[in-house]
Design a protein around this ligand. Structure first.
Ligand SMILES: [Zn+2]
Length: 161
C-alpha cells in the first residue's frame, strides 16, 4: 500500500505566473505521483476509488421504487461516514466495509443509514424482542380466555340473570 496524501492531485492545474526550475520539477513530480495514484485506484475505467473505500456493486443492492440514485451509487464506492448515535450521542464512524455489508449482504434499504452505535443497537434489538414477546404473550392470553369453556367468556350483564 502506498501513502495516500490528503488532497493529492488537487491544485495541480493551478496557474502560476512565475515558477522556479525547482518548483516546476516538484510540480511535475507531484503530477506524476497523482497520475499513478489515480491509476492505482481505477475501478471501472473512469472512476477513481480512494483508499479505505469499498466498491459498490449495484446489482446486489435491494431494489427500490425511487427514481433517485443514492450518493454512493453515483460515486461508485462506499466511504467511511461519521454519525452521532441517536441514543447515547456518541460520535461514531460507519465504515465503508460495514456499509457494503449493510446494503449488499443484509439488503438494507438503500436510503437507510447507520443511526446507533454497536452497544445501543444491541439494546434496541433486545427492547424490540421484549416488546414482541409481550405482544405475543398478550395474544396467547386473549386466545386462552376465548377458548375457556362455560360462561367465562360471556358478558357480565348476561351473568346477572
Ligand atoms: Zn449509542
Amino acid at each position: 500500500m502506498h501513502a495516500c496524501p490528503a488532497g493529492a492531485g488537487v491544485g495541480e492545474n493551478e496557474v502560476k505566473t512565475y515558477k522556479s526550475g525547482k518548483q516546476r520539477r516538484a510540480e511535475i513530480k507531484a503530477a506524476r505521483l497523482s497520475k499513478q495514484h489515480r491509476a492505482s485506484h481505477r475501478v471501472d475505467g473512469f472512476r477513481v476509488r480512494p483508499e479505505g473505500t469499498e466498491p459498490v456493486n449495484p446489482a446486489r443492492l435491494r431494489p427500490n421504487n425511487s427514481y433517485g440514485v443514492p450518493d454512493f451509487v453515483w460515486r461508485g464506492y462506499y466511504k467511511d461516514m461519521a454519525f452521532r448515535c441517536v441514543d447515547c450521542g456518541v460520535e461514531q464512524v460507519w465504515t465503508a466495509q460495514r456499509q457494503r455489508w449493510w446494503y449488499e449482504v443484509a439488503q438494507g434499504d438503500v436510503y437507510s443509514t447507520a443511526r446507533r452505535c454497536a452497544p445501543c443497537r444491541l439494546k434496541e434489538r433486545q427492547r424490540k424482542e421484549d416488546a414482541r414477546r409481550a405482544w405475543r404473550e398478550g395474544l396467547e392470553r386473549k386466545a386462552a380466555r376465548q377458548l375457556r369453556p362455560g360462561w367465562a367468556g360471556m358478558a357480565p350483564k348476561n351473568l346477572d340473570r
